[in-house]
Write a protein that binds this ligand. Structure first.
Ligand SMILES: Nc1ncnc2c1ncn2[C@@H]1O[C@H](COP(=O)(O)OP(=O)(O)O)[C@@H](O)[C@H]1O
Ligand SMILES: [Mg+2]
Length: 425
């Protein structure tokens, strides 16, 4: 490859730009950059930067949404830069309100661009920054995206699967933990299991683990000036390899959690894990609404009994009202107990994506020794049921529509909280 002479219109010879802006704002930009000879790799915000840098392209410049918490954005950028071993100039795209906090954290090589973004302006700012940083030749020999406008599809990021039914005792925790174990042990997925129900049943308890630091503890410490830690940082590892973290250690704290901080933390945790599973408390709390909003799929365990089925019917109505009906997936639990799956599908109007048979006392025996059934009774038929569920989930594309940025989540919150929801079950 000729690296001696560099021409602006020759693709692949200029640097690759990490473009981490909300989808609507980055529209058309990769094409524009390609015209100018830059490669582009896209992401949604600062939280994506580390992953974007790690996929192999020689990224010489980043354009990053400053977000509504510029301090956090800057911290994320600092983290991503830390392992890089070379300079990475960043152009922050910001709204007026973020300016003060942002300017304090800028490095010498960094620059600011105020919203609204004009594509041409952006392009010329890039040219100027490129010249200044002398990143123009971007190590053409090792550039992965030689055509200059490849958008990597790594953004089909680790799915967030939540497990919910507003009725207790239907198997949410059982399904969350055993699905997690199958994904971790038999499908090579790094799983982060989030216990969002320390009220009706502890994940850590059923996995025989000590309760570690919870997200609530961490958020309180951060308020007091402690460094930021992600859910993965807080998580403790179970013998199966699953990483487990709780939103709160005390049931009393659940109501005090800021739903936005919860959803931000979960979205942030997608980096570095293969799948996130959230075991939810049976209620329509604000935290739960937030988790629904960021979930790619909401698994709804239903046992073949009237209260559980009724609760699922009500859930379906609520979710359709909220525009999230597509994300629901019925998991028929204790499936071999008399009522047919087809009947449950018909009554709930939900399509079954899995069936888990009744396994007698095996779940209890396993959890008595702090293990999942997958580990303790690996040959039990019920483990195959979990494998089928896992495979179905991995094979089926996630329904579109789960939000991808802080901003999307905020707008969803605004619309969710304006509605009346069923009383807590
Ligand atoms: N398929 C099953 N076979 C046998 N026992 C089950 C099954 N699913 C759940 N259980 C048992 O039912 C009880 C309630 O399940 P759990 O997962 O805690 O429900 P939830 O989290 O919805 O409150 C637990 O004791 C669990 O072991
Ligand atoms: Mg539970």
């Amino acid at each position: 490859m000729n690296t001696g002479s560099r021409r602006i219109d020759e693709p692949g010879l200029r640097t690759t730009i990490a473009l981490a802006l909300p989808e609507e704002e980055r529209e058309g930009l990769p094409e524009l950059f390609a015209e100018a000879g830059f490669g582009a790799i896209v992401g949604r915000g600062a939280a994506d930067l580390a992953a974007m840098l790690s996929i192999g392209a020689h990224v010489g410049l980043a354009i990053i949404d400053a977000g509504e918490r510029p301090g956090e954005t800057i911290a994320l950028v600092r983290e991503a830069r830390a392992g890089l071993g070379r300079a990475l100039p960043v152009l922050y795209v910001a709204s007026g309100g973020a300016l003060e906090e942002l300017t304090e954290g800028l490095e010498d090589s960094d620059e600011l661009l105020l919203r609204p973004v004009n594509a041409e302006t952006l392009r010329w700012r890039l040219e100027a920054m490129t010249i200044r940083a002398q990143v123009g030749d971007g190590a053409a020999g090792e550039t992965v995206f030689a055509s200059g406008n490849v958008q990597a599809d790594w953004l089909s990021s680790p799915p967030i699967l939540s497990v919910f039914n507003p009725k207790g005792g239907v198997g949410k925790t059982t399904i969350a933990t055993n699905l997690a174990a199958v994904l971790q042990l038999r499908r090579e997925r790094e799983v982060l299991l989030v216990d969002a129900d320390t009220v009706t049943g502890h994940v850590s308890l059923s996995l025989g683990m000590k309760m570690g630091r919870s997200l609530a503890d961490q958020l309180a410490d951060e308020e007091a000036g402690d460094v930021h830690r992600t859910l993965s940082d807080l998580a403790a590892q179970h013998a199966s390899g699953i990483r487990v973290v709780a939103l709160t250690n005390s049931p009393l704290d659940l109501g005090n959690l800021d739903p936005e901080r919860v959803t931000e933390s979960i979205m942030e945790a997608r980096h570095g894990v293969g799948t996130i599973i959230v075991d939810l408390h049976p209620s329509y709390s604000e935290v739960n609404l937030g988790v629904f909003a960021i979930s790619d799929r909401i698994l709804v365990p239903v046992t073949p009994d009237l209260p559980a089925i009724r609760a699922a019917v009500q859930l379906k109505e609520v979710m359709i009202e909220l525009g999230m009906g597509e994300r629901l997936g019925l998991v028929v639990n204790r499936a071999n107990s008399g009522v047919s799956v087809a009947d449950i599908e018909l009554t709930t109007g939900l399509k079954a994506i899995g069936e888990i048979r009744s396994a007698g006392m095996n779940f209890v025996w396993a959890s008595n020794v702090g293990r999942t059934v997958v580990e303790k009774f690996p040959k039990h038929k019920v483990v195959e049921d979990f494998e089928h569920l896992a495979d179905k989930l991995l094979a089926t594309p996630m329904p579109a529509g789960a939000p991808s940025s802080d901003r999307d989540v905020r707008s969803i919150f605004r619309s969710l909280l304006g509605r009346s929801l069923p009383a807590q079950a």
